[in-house]
Design a protein around this ligand. Structure first.
Ligand code: NAG
Ligand code: NAG
Ligand code: NAG
Ligand code: NAG
Ligand code: NAG
Ligand code: NAG
Length: 570
């Protein structure tokens, strides 16, 4: 017998966003084993001079922290010898999220439009880059096609003798005179950035193809200065750090007391000047957790028409997308019991001696901050362990909760009706309907063939004349939450959709079998009301099927189980 991996649905969530009660025992034991794995990891000789801070949060509170202090320091400048949630790192390119959030605030206030060209705000832009076609949205989405760097990463500054690489001897005339070109003596200002940009050619045409650009965020920083009338750093301080209570976050070099200063080459203390909007922030795990939580709870309400966690373009691999400017990774390799994809909305940062990532896992109501000072490889190793082990354990908890809160036998409240639905849940199938009788008619039974299941024919659009039924992948009747409520103000009456869920049995038949367009509402309506909507009134253990004009009640449930786990108050 083939083991089937059910897609469940990748287009809509498989379960409502959980709220994580503090002290959940199953999570605690998983986290304890993750702690052991992290301890083994950093025991490696290679990580002797490396420190890290990791913090996991739910939508409402911090769930877990883990800190590690390097075993070896630069004794002439050791910095913080006891790393914790208040230890300060450079978060490098995660700064781009702050610049973009500032832009979203300005857009929402009507002070700028994301779809205005950058040339409207910075008329002095010149050269060969097509400034009139590059909008603020395009810049923030890594779609501008302008070069990656303005005043950084020039080989002439990075190696002692470029001719040893076969490069010709060249003059430094006309090169920038700031940042690495000045041995970090003078930070770059806007004149330096705009001068540098005037000399570059595009990589791609605007809005054609995404590619990483630091320069794009330097420009957005300048736009923020122009529209707010404040210095960029002051604007971010009062618009973001202050309201979110990020007391340890700054652009100015903090004192050494809480500084994570790895021994060796480090960017601690280097003033990034006009590159601050792309990578200048210093922050801590506890501050970043506040920021991550803010993103998790506000991503779809920051500005009309903007869902901040949505992809804007395909990125490097087939599993990758760029958002604005999130780096989104989607994988079907994480879950052991299902081929359902898991989405990580991330932003990474890297500067000499610092590597970091924030990760939002929107389906799970979880967010993670990982800050590393020292050997950069540790970042990916931590992320692999924490996300994979954690989400595999979290899936088990979630499906147990789904089973308790939603599964069971639901019978019509009207005793004259012979109508019954049997629901069950498992990590591999999601929440599914096993059998469904409506007024004595069998609507669905998972033991019957497809053509004896009228509802399946409606949902999958197949006809009774289908002959090669056993050539088709198995299909099930799955329930997926829409995350909407019938009564939004009271957060009561969760609306779910009935969808056909296909299994992947390892025998892919055709290349185009992977082609799948989101079309959740294809079941149609009966006399004007959708037949694929179900409303769970959890307080009363009632499942209402509006299209079928019936209310059913769960019978014989264990009862006493609070549905609070799936009550998201966003
Ligand atoms: C929008 O611009 C006005 C005028 O400059 C300013 O008072 C206001 O604070 C700005 N809004 C935001 C969100 O910064
Ligand atoms: C940037 O620095 C250069 C060199 O010191 C100076 O000439 C220029 O006026 C500065 N530009 C700004 C905007 O401060
Ligand atoms: C140690 O710190 C001192 C003072 O900041 C610095 O000059 C030196 O280069 C550092 N040495 C190492 C190995 O990091
Ligand atoms: C149930 O089925 C009977 C017999 O077909 C029909 O008369 C009756 O109207 C149906 N009632 C409902 C509520 O569907
Ligand atoms: C309800 O309907 C099903 C399917 O037609 C039938 O097998 C069952 O006997 C009926 N139950 C009652 C109590 O009428
Ligand atoms: C929503 O629930 C609240 C609290 O139970 C109730 O007062 C209100 O009438 C409900 N609204 C609707 C539209 O049913």
């Amino acid at each position: 017998m083939l083991s089937l991996l059910w897609f469940a649905t990748g287009i809509v969530p498989a379960f409502p966003v959980p709220t994580w009660p503090h002290g959940n025992k199953d999570i605690q034991s998983t986290l304890a084993s993750i702690e052991e794995r992290l301890k083994d990891l950093v025991a490696n000789e290679k990580y002797g001079t490396t420190s890290f801070s990791v913090q996991l949060t739910s939508n409402t509170e911090s769930l877990w922290t883990q800190f590690h202090t390097a075993r070896k320091f630069n004794e002439s400048r050791p910095g913080d010898r006891h790393v914790d949630g208040d230890s300060v790192y450079r978060i490098a390119s995660i700064s781009k999220l702050f610049t973009t959030l500032g832009l979203l605030y300005q857009h929402d206030a009507g002070n700028v439009s994301l779809d205005d060209p950058i040339s409207k705000y910075i008329p002095k832009l010149s050269g060969d880059l097509p400034w009139d076609d590059i909008t603020l949205r395009i810049l923030a989405s890594q779609l501008s096609g302008i070069p990656r760097e303005t005043v950084q990463s020039d080989i002439i500054n990075l190696v002692e003798d470029p001719t040893a690489f076969g490069l010709p001897p060249v003059s430094r005339d006309g090169l920038p005179t700031c940042d690495e070109y000045s041995g970090f003596e003078r930070p770059c200002n806007w004149t330096d950035i705009l001068d540098a940009l005037s000399k570059f050619q595009p990589i791609f045409a605007p809005n054609q193809k995404s590619t990483y650009s630091n320069a794009a965020f330097e420009l957005i920083g300048l736009v923020l200065e122009k529209v707010s009338g404040e210095k960029y750093e002051d604007y971010i301080q009062h618009a973001i750090f202050d309201p979110l209570g990020m007391k340890s976050s700054t652009f100015k070099t903090p004192s050494d007391k809480h500084a994570v200063i790895p021994s060796g080459e480090t960017y601690w203390g280097i003033n990034e000047g006009s590159q601050n909007p792309t990578g200048g922030i210093y922050s801590t795990a506890s501050d970043m957790t506040k920021f991550v939580r803010y993103i998790m709870t506000h991503f779809n309400t920051l500005a009309t028409g903007v869902n901040w966690l949505m992809p804007a373009s395909p990125s490097g691999g087939i599993y990758n997308f760029y958002g604005m400017p999130f780096e989104i990774f989607r994988t079907d390799k994480l879950l052991e019991d299902s081929a359902r994809p898991v989405t990580f909305v991330t932003k990474g940062g890297g500067l000499p001696a610092y590597s970091s990532k924030v990760i939002v896992m929107p389906e799970y109501g979880l967010g993670l901050t990982v800050l590393v000072g020292g050997e950069a490889d540790l970042l990916d190793e931590i992320i692999e362990i924490v996300t994979v082990d954690l989400l595999r354990a979290v899936e088990k908890i979630i499906w147990k909760e789904v089973e308790e809160v939603y599964s069971g036998v639901y019978t019509a409240i009207d005793p004259s009706l012979n109508s019954t639905l049997v629901l069950s849940a498992s990590p591999s199938t999601g929440l599914i309907i096993n059998s469904w009788i409506s007024n004595s008619t069998v609507v669905y039974s998972d033991s019957a063939t497809k053509k004896d299941n009228p509802i399946m024919n409606i949902l999958t659009g197949s006809t009774e004349s289908d002959e090669d039924e056993d050539q088709e992948p198995p299909v099930r009747l799955q329930l997926s939450p829409t995350l909407l409520y019938k009564n939004e103000s009271a957060q009561q009456g969760q609306i779910w959709m009935l969808t056909a869920s296909y299994a992947r049995d390892g025998k892919q038949r055709k290349v185009w079998d992977d082609d799948c367009t989101a079309d959740v509402d294809s079941g149609g309506a009966y006399a004007g009301i959708s037949i694929t909507k179900g409303v769970f009134w959890l307080e009363d253990e009632v499942l209402e099927l509006p299209g079928w004009r019936v209310k059913t009640k769960r019978t014989g449930s264990k009862g006493g189980k609070s549905p609070a786990f799936f009550k998201q108050d966003l």
